[in-house]
Ligand binder design. Sequence first.
Ligand code: NDP
Ligand code: ZN
Length: 355
Amino acid sequence: KAVPAKGFAKMSATGNFQAYDFQRHAVGDDEILIDIQYAGICHSDLHTAKGEWGAIDYPIVPGHEIAGRVSQVGKNVTKFKVGDFAGVGCMVNSCGTCEYCKKGEEQYCLKGNVGTYASKDYFHNDELTQGGYSNKIVLAENFAIKIPKNADMKKVAPLLCAGVTTYSPIVHKNVKAGDTIAVAGFGGLGHMAVQYAVKLGAKVTVFDITEDKRADALKMGAVKYVNVKDPAQLKGLDNTYRVIISTIPAKYDLTMYQKMLKLDGDLVILGFPAQKDLPSMTSGDILFGGRRKISGSLIGGIKETQEMLDYSVANNIYPQVEVIPATASAIDQAYTNVLDGKVRYRYVIDMQTIK
Ligand code: NDP
Ligand code: ZN
């Protein structure tokens, strides 16, 4: 039977969060129920909930950085037992039969994956999915990630999106010791990208729009920090980086970063600003960029997410988090702070404190 859940939803693009009681579908034979302990606040939650990427259906319970404990399993479940720790990222299902799903690249499912929130679940009569700012979630066991017992749960949550989204291109672009690379946007995603790249031995430059994060970036192992607001700091950087990872969620100059690539270098776009702020470039910019490559990257597949999680825990690579209580006003305040550049570096809601 259906599972009662409590959470926090926005009822419109402009409204505040409100306490929201709703139901999760019954735990199917291949599904598990997770009692959510922690849910990270990703900038994608803000973009989506405010309709910045296009109109969505309300109510919306955001949250795709979920860590918790399994409290019920369907009869065919083999990967989890009650009491195990489990995580959920940006997807709760996918077609499972297309060429990309078969390769473990469910994020590129040809039918479209079922997103953790604001998505139509085509396995459950197109019900609107609801995310992690809630106390319970039901999903296919194949889309849940195993979390080792010794992991720090509040810091594990953001790995499920910020972790894998940065780990994936770093692995795919073969970032290695001695590489000169850059990370643009030093926030939730950016500070994970820096840690993974530094761990691999790369020389990392960080770009952001403030002086306030310089010390943190250097402490995390970056060799250089550039405040793009200061033109003097941008001098002499053309033709420098083999890989640049952009996590910028606002309007910015794409060609500036393209020019900073070495020939055959890669600019990987992770940040997805509001539609009205999307940076653009012309075919002329691309042509004169020569063999400098620009591509995007979407989260990571389930197998890769598990690999990232095991790697992060084993190497003690975690986000820096600020835990907030499970109240609507605390979430509203966190959203304001993310936009004001005040978060260090990921808010995590302690869902166990929900009333
Ligand atoms: P955060 O807000 O935590 O971090 C963004 C960082 O970029 C902040 O440090 C911000 O600075 C900085 N920034 C803003 N403008 C500029 C600029 N012009 N130049 C350099 N830095 C800038 O966001 P997240 O890390 O959570 O998410 C980043 C983006 O990635 C979002 O658009 C999100 O939707 C997207 N995303 C994409 C995914 C994918 O699969 N590709 C997955 C998850 C997220 P300040 O704080 O000072 O304002
Ligand atoms: Zn995210």
